[in-house]
Design a protein around this ligand. Structure first.
Ligand SMILES: C[S@@+](CC[C@H](N)C(=O)[O-])C[C@H]1O[C@@H](n2cnc3c(N)ncnc32)[C@H](O)[C@@H]1O
Length: 480
């Protein structure tokens, strides 16, 4: 060893330095090249690396490589005996001069917790050096939310890639390179994990058949009268927002149409089949909204309406469903779209319509529909629809999600409508004991409205998870 003392530095043969097993910084080619050009000019490395007394490096991988390559002595500073735990912390904290990658920040967080003996649920203000720990965590690691997100990613990434470790490692690298954001990755992995759990616990085909209710895990475009009987009303909200929504109907690519024309074409078979199973004096209610693509409204409701008229449907009513609290949009050059249409179609001018439906509801049986997912009592809803506008809060799936999680699976559907919508349609166009059908039933909010008002219900959905959610939603009525 050349004992050339400069301040506290020693110069030694770089080959003698062993890299720490914790020092796994990859070589950044660009930075390495700049460093090499710089060092070549002076034929000297000035900044020392830190080593333990056993010559294990705790910092400076680039410089160690460079000195080895150029065969020049490496300046070192020795920091004495260190335990493996201290070594890891040193390795991580010495590299703090450069911005840490997400994986390194997380490693530092874990090492700090270990060092300060912080276990889940332990108050950091009560542990020795808790303040010091908290200060470092706040400064260099990030907030609790960031940490819990990254922790969730680390713990679940392999499962999310169906145990393909190479793919999982590549994904973590993409996160480190910031080509995937931590919040985006967390969302993606959370959804994947839910799907994996659902796949394990939900049968491939879920069906419920009772006197009052039939839930078919099938494509409603192929439904027949043999299966459904003639129904009194159809209340449905097919997918829209084409190209964006993926209902996991992978084979069908439902909701993945590229433009409004292919969307309306795709809708046609649903309403041909609906025509065949609806009574001549029955009603079809369709809830449909629009979407913006390339800065332009696509006019899905209008195109859909024209397609339906061309098929022979009559349009009896056009109601606006106004949402009090619509989802905000990022566009600053138009209003936030806060409404959808409810189209009331019939097969003839002679159809069942109950103008006095509100009076028929005995107060003692249905005084209010003000359950957890709806804010509006039915009476106020009825008052509101006098002038073709139904105002509600947007729907919430929180309640049904919680129920499903308690049962060990996940409700992955989040495009439901509030119960006030199907309630209004059902009460206006059917009588107790009649049959109501939803051809795209999702989580069966229509079903709940039907059975609450003593109508029979039939629901179709191609997705087994959604039918399972429907089953949970309607279970309490199945036994009644
Ligand atoms: C907007 S969601 C309906 C939500 C429903 N109104 C609710 O409250 O939960 C549309 C549904 O149509 C279903 N769907 C799509 N294609 C279908 C098909 N061919 N047959 C039956 N259901 C279909 C999707 O799986 C999705 O659940």
């Amino acid at each position: 060893m050349e004992n050339n003392t400069l301040c506290n530095r020693q110069y030694i043969d770089a080959a003698l330095v062993k890299p720490s097993k914790f020092l796994n910084t990859e070589i950044d080619e660009e930075y390495y090249k700049i460093l090499r050009d710089n060092v070549r000019q002076h034929n000297k490395v000035l900044e020392p690396v830190y080593v333990t007394s056993g010559l294990v490096a705790v910092s400076g991988m680039h410089r160690i490589h460079l000195c080895k390559e150029l065969n020049i002595p490496l300046p070192i500073e020795t920091i004495g005996e260190v335990s493996p735990e201290q070594e890891e912390l040193l390795v991580l904290s010495h590299d703090l001069k450069r911005p840490l990658k997400h994986s390194e920040r997380f490693r530092l967080y874990e090492a700090l917790r270990k060092r300060h003996n912080i276990t889940p649920g332990k108050r950091t203000d009560l542990v020795t050096n808790g303040k010091e720990y908290k200060a470092i965590v706040d400064k260099v690691v990030g907030n609790d939310k960031y940490i819990s997100r990254y922790k969730f990613i680390k713990e679940n990434v392999v499962a999310a890639f169906y145990n393909d470790e190479a793919k999982a490692a590549k994904y973590l690298k993409d996160i480190d390179a910031d080509t995937v954001s931590v919040s985006g990755a967390e969302k993606f992995i959370r959804e994947r994990v839910k799907k994996i759990v659902n796949k394990k616990v939900i049968p491939e085909k879920v069906e419920v058949i009772t006197d009052w209710m039939k839930l078919f895990n099938k494509d409603s475009r192929h439904m027949t009268v043999d299966e459904t009987g003639l129904v009194d009303a159809i209340v449905t909200s097919p997918h829209y927002g084409f190209g964006r929504i993926n209902y996991d109907n992978d084979k069908e690519k439902v909701g993945q149409e590229n433009d409004v024309n292919s969307y309306t074409d795709a809708m046609k078979p649903f309403f041909e089949a609906s025509w065949n199973v609806l009574k001549p004096d029955g009603s079809l209610w369709v809830v449909i909204g629009d979407c913006v693509r390339d800065g332009q409204y696509q006019n899905a409701p209008e195109n859909f309406l024209l397609m339906m008229l061309a098929m022979g449907w009559l349009i009896n009513d056009k109601i606006i469903w106004q949402k009090i609290d619509p989802n905000p949009t990022t566009a600053f050059d138009r209003t936030i779209c806060s409404y959808e249409y409810i189209y009331h179609f019939t097969k003839s001018k002679d159809f069942v319509y109950n103008r006095n439906w509100l009076n028929e509801i005995p107060n003692e049986t249905i005084t209010t529909f003000n359950h957890t997912e709806s804010q509006y009592p039915l009476r106020s809803l009825a008052d509101k629809v006098k002038n073709s506008i139904i105002t509600t809060h947007k729907s919430s799936t929180a309640g049904i999600r919680k129920k499903c999680e308690e049962l060990g699976f996940f409700c992955t559907h989040n495009a439901t409508f509030p119960i006030d919508i199907p309630l209004y349609c059902i009460l206006a166009s059917t009588r107790p004991g009649d049959t109501v059908l939803d051809i795209c039933t999702g989580t069966s909010v229509t079903g709940e409205a039907a059975v609450q008002t003593k109508r029979k219900f039939i629901g179709y959905d191609t997705n087994n998870v959604y039918i399972n959610v429907s089953k949970v939603r309607l279970e309490k009525y199945i036994t009644e």
